[in-house]
Ligand binder design. Structure first.
Ligand code: SAM
Length: 282
């Protein structure tokens, strides 16, 4: 039986199992095991934790996570063609890798894993963003995950970590940073992938705060932020008219000048506004 280091190079695995990349599944593979090891180290010590990996493909990042000592990895992959290659990795690490075939948008990982859970994924960008929004809006906080380490198109990564006053600052930044520390941990050029995508990529690392830095009702905050950024070029006294109640009074209660635009308002400011809206029953 092969050990993890004794497994064949990924190019060979891809050839042997006929894993020609499919565009429809967003398949841009990482074949450099030094690079996948670097990504696997981003969450920190995994020896006492489980990892939820979404979209393992031929298993480059999976190998990295196991080689870095992850206690257990649950990998969810939609493409059945990848399963034999992943079974070879599982055989090299008895009892540490479980592979589930299916759509990550439809599978509940908590049926198969118990916390602490670190989520790691190199996913197609549309699926990644949808899962990120779900993971950031759970019914209860803190969430089931201890960290998220996710590959995104560079522009999406920059929107997640954006600061007020920048063009990239918007709903995603507020959603991510209200209750998490978020940073770009690694930047990757298109050539890091096989085949290379058209755009550059970046790995974002998010760690949940035990509580939001500034209290607010999540649903009210989301409503206020969505409304403000839907018309991001308008002054808030105009873009927030649909909130109900006296908009200028609400902004005043939150300490926000009514002439400001959404991208100038800090997350602290949006949270204060959400509290004012909740308080006014608007
Ligand atoms: N992790 C591998 C790597 O880094 O080389 C593969 C990355 S590739 C960008 C994305 C992977 O996600 C593919 O293997 C693809 O089949 C899989 N995938 C796409 N949509 C998925 C979904 N909804 N659920 C689970 N896996 C999915």
């Amino acid at each position: 039986m092969a050990t993890i280091d004794g497994l064949p190079p990924l190019r060979e695995v891809i050839r042997e199992h006929g894993l020609a990349a499919r565009k429809s599944l967003g398949q841009n593979f990482l074949l450099d095991l030094n690079l996948t090891a670097r990504i696997a180290r981003i969450p920190g010590d995994l020896s006492n934790a489980s990892v939820l990996e979404i979209g393992p493909g031929p298993g480059g990042l999976t190998r990295g996570l196991l080689a870095e000592g992850a206690r257990r990895v649950l990998a969810i992959e939609k493409d059945a063609r990848c399963l034999p290659a992943l079974a070879e990795i599982a055989a090299a690490c008895p009892g540490r890798l479980e592979v589930v075939e299916g759509d990550a948008l439809e599978i509940d990982p908590l049926a198969l894993l118990s916390p602490p859970i670190h989520v790691v994924a190199n996913l197609p960008y549309n699926v990644g963003t949808e899962l990120l929004v779900r993971w950031l809006s759970p019914p209860e906080w803190p969430p089931f995950w201890s960290s998220l380490t996710l590959m995104f198109q560079k522009e999406v990564a920059e929107r997640i970590v954006a600061q007020p006053g920048s063009k990239a600052y918007g709903r995603l930044a507020v959603l991510a940073q209200w209750r998490c520390e978020a940073r770009i941990a690694l930047r990757l050029p298109p050539e890091a992938f096989t085949p290379p995508p058209k755009v550059s990529s970046a790995v974002v690392h998010l760690v949940p705060r035990p509580e939001p830095a500034w209290p607010a009702d999540p649903a009210v905050l989301e409503r206020v932020v969505a409304m403000a950024f839907n018309q991001r070029r308008k002054m808030l006294r105009a873009s927030l008219k649909g909130l109900g109640g006296n908009t200028e009074k609400l902004l005043d209660a939150a300490g926000i000048p009514p002439t400001e635009r959404a991208e100038q308002v800090s997350i602290e400011g949006f949270a204060a506004l959400a509290r004012a809206v909740s308080g006014a029953g608007a």
